[in-house]
Write a protein that binds this ligand. Structure first.
Ligand code: ADP
Ligand code: MG
Length: 248
């Protein structure tokens, strides 16, 4: 097995607030890890640190064996190798779907227009969006926009994709189509970390579940085990709340 990503003792504070208190996490290639935990536990911060959108205060992050946090590391190079998709779709509103998907490959990777277009067309077709290629984002449903956002990340051929609560802003009836895209990526072997409240989905597709609590990974393991026999009382309490809210 080859290691895709490794975090060693990652720390991050905002002012006096320590949000990540020493995170160790290693991902093999093709592995899907679900990050669960209460709001405010540090999931987004962790994903943002991995993508170097936030600078870590301590610890190291290795991407494909290279230290992405070393002084002088190529920050933009690292970001190009890690896709990130947020809760809010963040598509460029003044660009068509095609332009949104092609922008990164053309501008950041230097892929010729015609090749980038052909690939975008192929990806959009694969995820049922071929007929939306010339549309602007505001003509798409939230579910379609989020699928385009995931495809846009995919078009960069990232080594890892980070998904931060990508279904949280969607109407319930639009969630399934986005989860389907993620499921297909998982089946295709994409290495992913997904912060999610969709516990049933996490149980279904993740190889491993990490429970983040107040800035530490309190417990991790196979989804069957975490969801049926959580060891830590705090994990148990969190899952009980999730069950009570009808989310598992
Ligand atoms: P989660 O995604 O699990 O809900 P976050 O990573 O968004 O958690 O937030 C963890 C904590 O860090 C929260 O207390 C939040 O208010 C704080 N935080 C996140 N980003 C910032 C920031 N840029 N500045 C100050 N505090 C922040
Ligand atoms: Mg968050």
């Amino acid at each position: 097995m080859t290691e895709a990503l490794r975090l060693e003792d990652v720390h991050k504070s905002f002012g006096g607030l320590e949000v990540l208190k020493g995170i160790d996490l290693a991902l093999q290639r093709h592995e899907v890890v679900a990050l669960i935990g209460a709001s405010g536990s540090g999931k987004s911060t962790l994903l943002r640190c991995i993508n170097l959108l936030e600078r870590v205060d301590g610890g190291r992050i290795f991407l494909g064996g290279e230290d992405a946090t070393a002084p002088g590391a190529d920050v933009n190079g690292v970001r190009r190798r890690i896709g990130i998709v947020f809760q809010a779709f963040n598509l460029f509103p003044h660009m068509t779907v095609l332009r949104n998907v092609c922008l990164g490959p053309v501008e950041a990777l230097g892929i010729p227009d015609d090749r980038a277009h052909a690939e975008a067309e192929h990806l959009l077709g694969r995820f049922g969006l071929r007929e939306k290629i010339g549309e602007y984002p505001d003509r798409l449903s939230g579910g379609q926009q989020q699928r385009v956002a995931i495809i846009r990340a995919l078009a960069m051929h990232p080594e890892v994709i980070l998904l931060d609560e990508v279904t949280s802003a969607l109407d319930p009836e639009l969630i399934a189509e986005v989860l389907e895209v993620i499921r297909e990526l998982a089946e295709a072997g994409m290495t992913m970390i997904l912060a999610t409240h969709e516990m049933g989905f996490a149980r279904d597709i993740a190889h491993r579940v990490c429970f983040l609590d107040q800035g530490v990974i309190l417990e991790q393991g196979r989804p069957e085990r975490i969801f049926s026999r959580p060891e830590h009382p705090r994990t148990r309490r969190f899952l009980q709340r999730i069950v009570a809210a009808g989310r598992l």
